[in-house]
Design a protein around this ligand. Sequence first.
Ligand code: GAP
Length: 489
Amino acid sequence: MSKNVSLEDIVSLAKRRGFVYQGSEVYGGLSGTWDYGPLGVVLKRNIMNLWWKMFVESRDDMYGVDAAILMNQKVWQASGHVDTFSDPLIDCRACNSRYRADHLLKDNVAKVWDFIEDTRKDYLEASKVYMPDAHWEDPDSVISPFISDATELPELLNAKISCPNCGKKDWGELRQFNMMFKTSIGPVADENSISYLRPETAQGIFTNFKNVVDSFYPDLPFGIGQQGKAFRNEISPRDFVFRSREFEQMEIEYFVHPDQWEKSFEMWRKLVWDWCEALGLPKGMVHELEVPENDRAHYSKRTIDFEFDFPIGKEELLGLAYRTDFDLSNIQRVSGKSMEYRPKGGGEAFVPHVIEPSFGLERAIMAVLTAAYTEDEVNDEKRVYLKLPVHLAPVKVAVSPLLKNKPELVEKARGVYSILKKEFGSVMWDDNGNIGKRYRRQDEIGTPYCVVIDFDTLENDTVTVRDRDTTEQTRVAISQLQAILQKER
Ligand code: GAP
């Protein structure tokens, strides 16, 4: 179920209204980086707090950590990231433009099909017989054999696909480009000083597994959650915040007995759906994709991608993976320290297996904005509003005096504003322009309620409360205002 909203609609509203700006914009920008403005930072925190409350605070089987971004380089050697965390890179030899090969194919999937029809017809027919469950409708499945084969890809490109920059077909060899940002720690830059900006928060959890076990003696299964920045030197960052070079992850490693992984996988699968609902994402816009073996990350034995109908198409919102004992066993091997868990009631010690729900904050924000973006008509005029769930809205209530040049109205309104500000925090004072303009502005940032102080307020201590979605206004006593808004919170 796709929504009639373009990426341009979302990007321009986000910039205009102070949600998200291009990073380093004043100097011409820095590709793949984004800055959150006054409303964006609140939306972001509301989502992070919701996640923390839902998956850490409210559960007995979860612990939180906040690990350092810079980690010992052995972390990334043991985890396989130094060797395998790469994307396929291809150069146009005519103009030296560089592309992520899978993106190039995905953007030209009809031409990939042409190539298969021209040159691989027998193979295709056989595949349909032997792989009836293959996701032929999914471009990732169609292109992935070419990405994993270094010789086939240039053949396909040179036959069918022109460079988007210069229009020529003169492609170089397929190479793997490691996406980790390498840096150096301390004043002497040598082999020992190498470190990386973490490309996933997960490793900060794995490396603290033993610490948490030793401090808290949790029963299995239990999980550790972490939120924080991750960095990837994406070859072609694009589509607004969807593919950034610096972004925020919210990850859980849920440690289980190896015999129990399927049960916990199913539990997290349901919880992911609860999360999508809490974000206000319509069920019909979220889809599960069982990731085939050759497309899974090197550590995963099963992965479900939860995809969302973004304005750019159906794309990954978050992932749920069964990481086996891959990480803990590698830490044990490389560090020489035991990562075994000893059951409390006795029984043999073992290295736990792991279920990993991995949430990207930027994609959550983009999905929330997409789902909330709504257009309708009010008084024969087009209106744009964000139908955000109340618990996510950056501003919960806007307070206005009907006229800003009437001191008695302003004074009364200031009083109401102070009361609500103390109670709800995210309350905005708004006396700019006429009342119609204020409503439109608040609609566009998703403020669920606008409270207006007018001349009747001076007479009988009542105010109007306007509902963002219905645009209906109701008159309520100031004394009831807190209780009414509290109920909606
Ligand atoms: N620890 C597992 C892991 O990192 P991933 O699928 O590579 O798995 C998890 O990333 C989530 O992080 C993705 O589903 C997505 O929401 C987010 N993510 C990954 N790369 C991103 C990028 N370049 N920009 C924004 N979000 C990204």
